[in-house]
Design a protein around this ligand. Structure first.
Ligand code: CUA
Length: 360
């Protein structure tokens, strides 16, 4: 029995190996080898794509550090409280357990010093948490400097629109910001509640229809930071992701210039055919591609879709294969999304993929 339990524990720890017979068959040995190779390969792949993990524990701005510090204080206060309370409970359970021959113990009604103690101690802890939290709330709500970059982030079911009113840029699902400059982000919603959350840049803030929520951040390091909607907003809520690309001022200026321009004209016959398919099909009703007849505003602006790192609201890397998968079965890739697309022939798919990949 004891032995069996040990073997299950070991198998549990080896995540790649299902719980089965104790003997190491050639199959399980192979799996171990694959696992041993796979883990470093995955780690390399993750490191190579340069995206930081989506975690509050690796803050890269003042606002995110404030939130992390507060979180860590409350966490450790909770750990200490838990150990003290559960320790006292366990001690009493063992020390004062009933032994054979024991009669009914002395009956006590209340203990005033103890009760005052366990009311005051948590109250002090709560006061300390409040004293630390209130300044954090105010520092997170600080006003932007006068030269701050203005951004409107608009939540849609189920994607993010980003507008830069001062520099005439409109894009989707990939927010570019210059490093070292205040950015004031105004949060809006086109339909239901959403929430803007990029944990390494800042804690979450809701996007509420009809209400102006805004916050200021100052990105301190360049990189690509993942974010996602953090407020349940319907079927595809869990698949409503986006990325923030923090870059140098020069890179940002160049990016903005590209974004302001009309679409890059198709460079091949196939791509030209793709543009025709797109503008003659239903796509124009929802999407804008500046420089063509497509001027819909229900879906993301696609003028420079080919230059984005991801498609389908941050869900897939922007590769020709993924673009083809997305266009041929949007409901399979992102269940619930509202894109209506007719069934496309192989030639139409080839043409659309070639066209959209060229929209840098
Ligand atoms: Cu948008 Cu959840």
């Amino acid at each position: 029995m004891h032995k069996a339990r040990q073997s299950v524990t070991r198998a549990d720890r080896d995540e790649t190996r299902p719980i089965q017979g104790r003997r190491s068959t050639p199959l399980t040995r192979n799996r171990r080898i694959y696992a041993a190779l796979l883990v470093p390969a995955l780690a390399l792949a993750v490191a190579a794509c340069g995206v930081t993990p989506q975690t509050t524990l690796e803050p890269t701005t003042e606002a995110a550090r404030t939130a992390r510090d507060l979180l860590m204080f409350v966490f450790w206060a909770m750990v200490v409280t838990f150990v003290l309370v559960e320790g006292a409970l366990l001690y009493c359970l063992i020390r004062f357990r009933r032994r054979s021959g024991d009669g009914i113990p002395a009956q006590t009604h209340g203990n005033t010093p103890l009760e005052i103690g366990w009311t005051i101690a948590p109250a002090i802890l709560v006061v300390v948490i409040v004293v630390l939290t209130v300044p954090a709330i105010f520092s997170n709500a600080r006003a932007a400097s006068p030269d701050a970059l203005q951004v409107r982030a608009i939540g849609h079911q189920w994607w993010f629109e980003f507008q830069y009113p001062d520099i005439g840029v409109v894009t989707a699902n990939e927010l570019h910001l210059p490093v070292g400059r205040d950015v004031e982000i105004q949060l809006e919603s086109n339909d239901v509640l959403h929430s803007f959350w990029v944990p390494s840049l800042r804690g979450k803030l809701d996007m509420v229809p009809g209400r102006d929520n805004k916050f200021t951040i100052k990105p301190e390091v360049t990189g690509t930071f993942p974010g996602q909607c953090a407020e349940f907003c319907g079927t595809a809520h869990a698949l409503m992701k986006f990325y923030v690309v923090v870059e140098t001022q020069a890179e940002f200026t160049a990016w903005a210039e590209t974004q302001r321009a009309e679409r890059v004209p198709p460079a091949s016959d196939l791509a030209r055919q793709g543009e025709e398919t797109l503008t003659l099909g239903g796509c124009v009703a929802c999407h804008t591609i500046r420089g063509t007849d497509s001027a819909g505003i229900l879906g993301p602006d696609l003028t420079h879709i080919g230059g984005r790192q991801h498609i389908a609201a941050g869900l897939l890397e922007n590769t020709p294969e993924n673009m083809r998968a997305w266009l041929s079965d949007p409901q399979g890739v992102k269940p619930g999304n509202t894109m209506v697309i007719p069934e496309l022939t192989t030639e139409q798919l080839d043409a659309l993929v070639a066209y959209m990949q060229g929209l840098k």
